[in-house]
Design a protein around this ligand. Structure first.
Ligand code: HEC
Length: 129
């Protein structure tokens, strides 16, 4: 490989990694939550006492405690409920009631949690069908 093409190759890799490692809340995270979760977890209807629509609600968590442990996706209820078998009682979203996030979306959520799970101030998520 010529040196110039090696440089190109490496910079393409770097761009790829940056994109893969830094999910953007508005672009990458909120669409998943708005499509799959907010329908049942909002200010008015907080199933399991969990409101995922606002920063305060999201950070407080639900009956079973915190929704996310910043930096620890494997310890975060948000990820646990998504990785349960779809017919498990605690699996989210409950069967067929909202679209299930796919593998790639779950990976994106994990990355976001690894990076601190920052829910921006002043944002209210709304259900998107
Ligand atoms: C169709 C409604 C519905 C949707 C959509 C839904 N949930 Fe739930 N969720 C519930 C109900 C009902 C409970 C309470 C279950 C219980 O208490 O047994 C619950 C409970 C939970 C809990 C446990 C809360 C606690 O602390 O006790 C978590 C975590 C959770 N949901 C996460 C999610 C996530 C993440 C999504 C989106 C991927 C989601 N839910 C989508 C209905 C929903």
């Amino acid at each position: 490989m010529k040196k110039s093409s090696l440089v190109l190759f490496l910079s393409a890799l770097a761009v790829d990694r940056a994109a893969a490692q830094a999910p953007d809340f508005k672009k990458d995270i909120s669409p998943i939550l708005e499509a799959s979760c907010v329908k049942c977890h909002n200010e008015k209807k907080a199933k399991g006492k969990l409101n995922m629509a606002t920063k305060a609600g999201f950070e407080k968590g639900g009956e079973d405690g915190k929704l996310v442990e910043a930096g620890k996706p494997a310890d975060s209820n948000l990820i646990k409920v998504l990785e349960l078998a779809p017919d498990h009682d605690d699996a989210m979203p409950p069967q067929d009631k909202a679209p299930r996030p796919g593998k790639e979306q779950i990976e994106t959520l994990k990355k976001w949690i690894s990076e601190g799970a920052v829910f921006p101030d002043g944002v209210t998520l709304v259900e998107k069908k």
